[in-house]
Design a protein around this ligand. Sequence first.
Ligand code: ATR
Length: 273
Amino acid sequence: AHRYAVFGHPIAHSLSPEIHQAFAAQLGIHLRYETIDVPPGEFEEAVRRFFAEGGLGANVTLPHKEAAFAMADERSEAAQRAGAANTLTALVGGKVQAHNTDGSGFVRDITERHSLDLRGHDALLLGAGGAAKAVAWALLDAGVQTLTIVNRTPERADALADAIGEPARCHTRYWDGLEGECFDLVVNATSIGIHGGTFDLPMSLLQDHSTCYDLSYGAAAASFKGWATAAGTRYFRDGLGMLVEQAADAFEHWHGQRPDTDPVYQTLRQRLG
Ligand code: ATR
């Protein structure tokens, strides 16, 4: 069978094998999809070995997305914008192509599954790491009116806004300088929830119709959901839909066919709550 894998550290609880196997079953494609746990210093060597042994494609998650981008010979525009890759493809002659489906998966989940038209929206992005970068570009592509980026380390937010280079539409604020602002959409792309921290933000950021979206899911999304609920959101979304959509975009990149994501999403949602 054709071999694929997801690389991460840790990776044992990854849902990617189940998602890709479900897509493959839908479309009658035979593949093997495994998890490979490697510590940061051994990532590139492990990917090259996997491809040399016949692996055709690799998904990449924390903490390897920047290393995946760095080792590639060819890079899609989405990967270049994020400076990170979640999808690596073996090319002839041992070369490697890097792609990133986090931004497209995020926008597909929010616009199609959750039926939110982003055009004309004022969006606030919390965070400026690899995940935030992919999402920032995707939000602007999807037509938000303004994008405000805040980050604990303000220099990283400024660097992202500079790279985007649309000062009329995309700008930064200090984390503690948000008093009096309000937004249609607030996206958490920080790892605060993963580390068990809490969100110190004004409740007045939200209006009645505002959506709060956390890129993480499960226990990691509880902290931001707690803030969003206290601030009165009626529309909280976690990142489970994005997980399935970014996998579908990687699947289509490799196999040239688009799977139906809804049944896979529903199965996971029922299990994970
Ligand atoms: P990823 O690739 O998942 O985006 P990352 O690059 O490590 O991971 O980014 C993590 C994000 O969470 C960053 O925006 C980080 O802020 P800094 O750039 O200041 O490090 C943010 N973050 C992590 N812990 C945080 C905390 N306790 N408070 C505020 N922001 C935090």
